[in-house]
Ligand binder design. Structure first.
Ligand code: PHE
Length: 360
């Protein structure tokens, strides 16, 4: 046996004996690495005469190639068996019962659920969701919405004001989501089709009023939208939301500084005891305010009221949540009582959608 054959036999033994990739790597370093045995052989070539170097060189390089191939083969085998071992080790018994975790225990608050339902319905009609800050300026909450200075409508809203600044101006907690109308018109060119759900604040508290409550604003602005569209959109919404085939609505003339004409909308219902059913009966329940956006509001937001027109509406989210899910006291919404939430809350994975069902 030549020295090359001998070396090869011992290297192949080492390769086959390597039972994991780390050991194999150390065999590679010990043979083909800079200080390795094959590399050491190659270094002897320099001192040889040209004839010896040619034959010996070819033999050593062939050895180097064969060792390289053997290492690569072995590496493939070790990789595959490591994967097999891991697959065998990490089997999961799919028949085991699911461990109750936060997903099973946690509940979505009815207000969040109703916001998701409202969003799903309006998204289906092509509305995007817009947002504005809870802390507003007098300009966005009132002035740009056509409330004249010192107009009693400003008092009507029982506004929470922040401490006045040096210049006398006061920030406030928005009393309605209508400021988002102005902010949206300033940012976005028509056609505009948005809803803006969010928190609103008024200094008021009893079984049906809390100082913080939720509204959803709707706004459509383009060149042709008229009152008929408003009626259709609201009726479609009410049918989808209350999951009934027909609703009766009644549009009563009303007043808001930012709409003209302005309406309040009642929905037909039946009351028996404390229960209210929407979609049947001869009773009425007030549910939202709406109207055609006042030209002054369109102008204040930087658009030309001779070109653009549209409608807006504002609805109390907590109120329609109480109606839909039969929750009698609004204050409980914000008590953070886990027992209440367990009773009235919704499962986190039952996302409301029009095709999957709003209420799961
Ligand atoms: N912002 C009004 C309110 O809070 C509701 C409303 C919104 C009315 C949009 C008309 C148009 O009472």
């Amino acid at each position: 046996m030549t020295d090359i054959e001998q070396l090869e036999a011992s290297i192949l033994d080492d390769i086959h004996a390597a039972s994991d990739e780390a050991t194999l790597e150390s065999v590679r370093v010990a043979t083909l690495g800079k200080q390795g045995s094959v590399s050491a052989l190659l270094k002897t070539l320099g001192a040889m005469n040209p004839d010896d170097r040619r034959t010996r060189g070819a033999a050593i390089n062939a050895l180097k190639d064969r060792v390289g191939l053997s290492i690569a083969d072995r590496k493939g085998i070790l990789k595959a068996s490591a994967l097999d071992a891991r697959l065998a080790r990490e089997t999961v018994d799919v028949s085991l019962p699911v461990r109750p975790g936060p997903l099973a225990e946690g509940r979505i608050h009815p207000v969040s659920q109703v916001i998701d339902e409202i969003t799903a319905i309006f998204a289906d009609m092509g509305f995007a969701v817009a947002e504005g800050p809870d802390i507003e300026t007098d300009h966005y909450n009132f002035t740009a919405l056509n409330f004249p200075p010192d107009h009693p409508a400003r008092e009507m809203h029982d506004t929470f004001f922040l401490k006045p600044k040096e210049d006398g101006s006061r920030l406030l907690l928005r009393t309605h989501t209508s400021p988002v109308q102005v902010r949206t018109m300033e940012k976005q060119r028509p056609p505009i089709r948005i809803i803006a759900p969010g928190r609103t604040y008024r200094c008021d508290s009893d079984a049906t009023h809390t100082p913080m409550f939720h509204q959803v604003e709707g706004l459509v602005i383009d060149e042709t939208t008229h009152f008929g569209h408003l009626k259709w959109v609201l009726e479609e919404f009410l049918k989808a939301f209350f999951e009934v085939d027909e609703v009766k609505t009644r549009f009563r003339p009303s007043f808001f500084p930012f709409t003209e004409p302005s309406m309040e909308v009642d929905v037909g219902c039946r009351r028996s005891g404390s229960e209210i059913r929407i979609g049947e009966g001869d009773d009425w329940l007030e549910i939202l305010g709406c109207g055609m956006v006042h030209p002054n509001v369109i102008r204040a937001a930087g658009l030309d009221p001779d070109v653009y027109q549209g409608f807006a509406f504002g609805m109390g989210i907590d109120r329609i949540a109480m109606l839909k899910y039969g929750m009698p006291d609004l204050r409980a919404f914000f008590d953070a009582d886990a027992r209440w939430l367990k009773h009235y809350g919704f499962r986190p994975l039952d996302l409301p959608s029009l095709y999957g069902g709003l209420t799961g």
